[in-house]
Design a protein around this ligand. Structure first.
Ligand code: FCB
Length: 491
């Protein structure tokens, strides 16, 4: 549904060009997620999430890090809001911690949890920054995991109840809502490979999770539509995989990856059906009987914008060069692989560099192509890049600055990719840097720094990196390549 992307930029494509203009209608923002920045794990009646359990399980997270304190954003809200204003952000994409609102995932809203997000939203609006609220960025209440988690259908209905609570609490002030962040990661990394919470490794359960996340999206989008003003923008954020053909059996491998990673969500959400390819590739694992009559209509509801998270590419070919199953018994059940149903078939090849500190290859041309391919596949649907950014090894110099030229260059190239995609007809409405602050990078703990603002975790001191100053100038001047830092001047 996204299709293949080429192995490199088209000849002559310049992703370092300057002079691109991002007019006032193009949203330049920054993004975070609750568990990664908030800390305050026990404050004000917050319940436990699967990430509390997972991060406190020995061996799961680098250095034994947890999100207990993180960037302590919960206690530093006013300061962080001022920081965002100083960076001239048009918008701020944050997520709401479900267990702050419903400690056990059910029942009435916890007023103290709601109050935090209400103050956040008011503080943004006072500063002229548009709130973009994500309902689910992976922190499922542990109590719901204890009832079966996302493989249990009931969780989708409980998510809709939570969405209703938030729509009623904040719907009058939040112009843009996102139901889910990266259900791919929640389902496949949480339930198939187990490298994210809750850490299960069962392909069939992951596919049930895929379906119930899709259902949760549809139900929540409907609830939001019913309970908010007609002008409210309702969206979902997907991390669409940009797959390159890596040789023998490449087209078949690309098709499989596209179906598992992209079609599993785009299909039901935007077309009303799962791709045949996905059903065929996973038939030995599940009969998909968790899909009930009527579900397709519940999931396939209108959205106003599609959020796209993009970091890097994958290059794939088929193990046997023909795209056929190669194990003696035809196929083995997936175990500890996110490529459910295709882990024995698809070979992932090393990516050419350059790479970030995550080891992810830098390929802005693939972002451009993903946006163009999406625009062709879904012509009427506006797009928003809801995450783009990079971890690098940052050094705080004696003068207290962080000269993160590589990150600045990364952001520059990916903004050019957006501009070029727009020239090629894609309706790209905005770009959110991942991330505003250095934060808890899931299984990598605090080792990997994605922020445009440096966080000293000992003192919680925030220091805008050079990339932040550059982004602030761009958000002020609206022209890519404008020289010099641009703090504190929204006019
Ligand atoms: C995305 C997540 C985000 C962050 C970045 C690096 O997959 O949505 O929380 O971890 O990757």
């Amino acid at each position: 549904m996204v299709g293949a992307v080429p192995a490199g930029p088209e000849p002559g494509a310049d992703h370092r060009r300057t002079g691109d203009v991002f007019g006032p209608d193009f949203v330049l923002g920054a993004a975070t997620a609750a568990y990664q920045i908030e800390g305050a794990a026990d404050a004000d009646g917050r319940g436990r999430s699967i990430w509390d359990t997972y991060s406190h399980t020995p061996g799961r997270i680098a250095n034994g890090d947890t999100g207990d304190v993180a960037a302590d954003h919960y206690h530093r809200l006013g300061q962080d809001l001022d920081l965002m204003a100083s960076l001239n952000l048009d918008a701020y994409r944050f997520s709401i911690s479900w267990p702050r609102i419903q400690a056990d995932g059910t029942g009435p809203a916890n007023p103290r949890g709601v109050d935090f997000y209400s103050r956040l939203v008011d503080g943004l609006l006072e500063r002229g920054i548009a709130p973009v609220a994500t309902l689910y960025h992976w922190d499922l209440p542990q109590a719901l995991e204890d009832t079966g988690g996302w493989p249990n259908r009931d969780v989708a209905a409980q998510f809709a109840d939570y969405a209703a609570l938030m729509a009623d609490a904040l719907g009058d002030r939040v112009p843009t809502w996102t139901t889910l962040n990266e259900p791919w990661a929640a389902a496949y990394l949480g339930y198939a490979s187990g490298v994210m919470a809750p850490g299960r490794a069962n392909g069939a359960e992951a596919l049930a999770a895929v379906h119930h996340l899709n259902l949760a999206h549809g139900l929540a989008a409907t609830v939001l539509r019913e309970r908010t003003a007609p002008s409210t923008i309702i969206s979902v954020t997907l991390n669409l995989h940009a797959a390159r053909d890596g040789g023998p059996g490449g087209p078949e491998a690309v098709e499989r990856v596209d179906a598992i990673a992209n079609g599993a969500f785009l299909g039901p959400m935007l077309r009303g059906a799962y791709p045949e390819r996905l059903l065929a590739d996973t038939a030995h694992l599940t009969d998909w009987s968790f899909v009930r009559d009527g579900d397709a209509a519940l999931i396939h509801v209108p959205i106003d914008v599609l959020g796209v998270n993009y970091y890097s590419t994958v290059t794939v070919r088929s193990w046997d060069g023909r795209g056929e199953r190669v194990t003696a018994d035809g196929h083995k059940p997936s175990a500890a692989s996110p490529w459910v149903g295709s882990d024995e078939v698809v070979e992932f090849l090393p990516q050419p560099g350059p790479t970030t500190a995550m080891g992810w290859n830098i390929a802005p041309e693939a972002l451009e192509q993903v946006l163009v391919n999406l625009a062709e596949a879904f012509p009427a649907l506006p797009l928003m890049v809801t995450e783009s950014g990079a971890a690098f090894t940052d050094v705080v110099t004696p003068d207290g600055a962080v000269h993160d030229d590589a990150r600045r260059d990364y952001l520059h190239r990916h903004l050019v990719a957006c501009a070029r995609a727009r020239e090629r007809g894609a309706d790209v409405r905005g770009y959110f840097v991942w991330s505003l602050l250095d934060n808890f990078e899931w299984a990598h703990g605090y080792d990997k720094r994605f922020g445009i603002v440096h966080v000293d975790y000992e003192t919680q001191r925030r220091t805008p990196k050079d990339s932040a100053l550059w982004f602030a100038a761009l958000a002020r001047d609206r022209v890519l390549g404008a020289p010099g830092p641009g703090l504190r001047s929204r006019s």
